[in-house]
Design a protein around this ligand. Structure first.
Ligand SMILES: C[S@@+](CC[C@H](N)C(=O)[O-])C[C@H]1O[C@@H](n2cnc3c(N)ncnc32)[C@H](O)[C@@H]1O
Length: 412
């Protein structure tokens, strides 16, 4: 099978690359990667990435400063990347022209610029699931801007919100995965004749990689057509996107689907057996965690002088070792309510950096090129690698439907 040359954008410590390199047929070759942590002198994630991977070009500059030529010269077949959820709105330019240049500094538009310079066959993007609903004042606007833009560039899209623990992993981490393919590829042509619902339930990439029940949750199925004018989309369009969906030629079908659950891995299964004492907590830290996790009702005063009560419910005393872990955030290295707090047979402690890596499916000590605090930070940013491998195995299946076999299919 021909190699698929990949550009890894917003590469972090290489979660996508590790997932792609672990597939059945090993066709993915990351030949160009970009990672730059804004406003940091020491580029921890980039250093870690370059330490582990020694093929391809690794670029440590702000993606906004990568030139069109440099992008075009990559000559890649696929773009992958986990990018921030920002405001994707667009305004008509004063001259009235339609362009697909959004706000400056919004990184999604850099992905679009990369696509315009390379027109890869495939895209695989990852984001927080909130992207489907943003902004709250105009539900679904940002995702619609994204779909409209990709539609205009000739891509069809499948998306799915996946909670890693639902498919056997040790972390409850819910993210939206967006798969795009040029509509003139064999795969796109094959799906032309399918019902959109069939793509979601049966024949699409996610249906194969992550099986779901064939019934929608609470009958939630919706259709819409995305306007071609992205300014119109940005100004007026809103729509409720469910966790699964497909866009073909601007026609959208979205369904609230239920996963066919696979046995999750409990937290206890990924814990280290020998844990350095520095990860165990003294009484003052234990008390702090107890307070943070406990129920509260606190009187506060707003900026305008208005008094109100802030309240939050209690959490379990410690994280259950029998369940998958909660979502790891970039703040995992500090004491706060979302940080994991465990009790093992020695005492109360936090996760070790190696356990944080295991929750995402990274090899042990992958990030030991940096200090602990940064290791937790990078894992809070990263993704659950086995999910990428499952998706990438399906992309390999798609690639194996060559144009020749497609024309054969048409002939017979
Ligand atoms: C959500 S993380 C992706 C993590 C990655 N998937 C991994 O497995 O480690 C986004 C990454 O984009 C990087 N980033 C943010 N702004 C950037 C920019 N302007 N140019 C290049 N990279 C940027 C951040 O430093 C961060 O590592």
């Amino acid at each position: 099978m021909e190699r698929i040359k990949v550009a890894e954008l917003f590469a972090g410590v290489g979660g996508f690359r590790l997932g792609l390199e672990n597939t059945n047929s090993k066709v993915f070759d990351v030949t160009w990667a970009n990672q730059w942590e804004p406003s940091r002198k020491v580029q921890h994630a980039f250093e870690c990435y370059s330490h582990h991977f020694n093929t391809g070009q690794h670029v440590n500059i702000d993606i906004n400063n990568v030139s069109d030529k440099e992008m075009a010269d990559t000559n890649i077949d696929m773009i992958v990347g986990g990018f921030p959820c920002q405001d994707y709105s667009v305004a008509r330019s004063l001259s009235g022209e339609l362009g697909i240049q959004g706000k400056k500094g919004v990184l999604f538009w850099q992905i679009i610029r990369f696509i315009q310079n390379t027109f890869p066959k495939f895209l695989l993007l990852e984001n927080v699931d909130r992207l489907l609903k943003s902004p709250s004042s105009q539900r679904g606007r940002d995702f619609s801007v994204m779909l409209s833009t990709l539609n205009e560039l000739g891509y069809d899209i499948e998306w799915r919100v996946i909670n890693a623990a639902d498919y056997g992993n040790s972390q409850r981490r819910r993210r939206v995965f967006i798969f795009g393919y040029k509509r003139d590829l064999s795969y796109g042509k094959l799906l032309q004749n399918k019902e959109l619902e069939d793509i979601i339930y049966e024949s699409g990439l996610y249906a194969k990689a992550f099986p779901i029940e064939k019934e929608p949750y609470k009958n939630r199925v919706s259709y819409t057509e995305i306007p071609k004018d992205i300014v119109e989309v940005s100004e007026d369009f809103s729509f409720t996107y469910f966790n699964s969906g497909v866009m073909r030629n601007g026609e959208v079908c979205t369904i609230d689907t239920k996963p066919i659950l696979e046995e999750p891995t409990p937290l206890k299964d990924i814990l280290e057996t020998e844990v350095d004492e520095k990860y165990y907590l003294d009484n003052s830290k234990i008390e702090k965690f107890n307070y943070l996790r406990g129920p509260k009702k606190i009187k506060r005063t707003s900026k305008t002088g208005h008094e109100y009560y802030f309240s939050e419910g209690g959490m379990s005393e410690t994280d259950s070792l029998e369940l998958p872990a909660r979502t790891m955030l970039t703040s995992e290295g500090s004491i706060n309510r979302s940080t994991h707090f465990l009790k093992d047979n020695v005492g109360y402690r936090i996760l070790t950096p190696v356990e944080a890596e295991r929750l995402n499916g990274f090899p042990d000590n992958w990030t030991n090129t940096m200090n602990d605090r940064m290791r937790y930070f990078c894992m809070g940013n990263a993704l659950v690698i086995p999910l990428i491998t499952r998706i990438a195995n399906q992309i390999e299946e798609i690639v194996s439907i060559s144009d020749d076999s497609y024309s054969q299919l048409e002939l017979f």
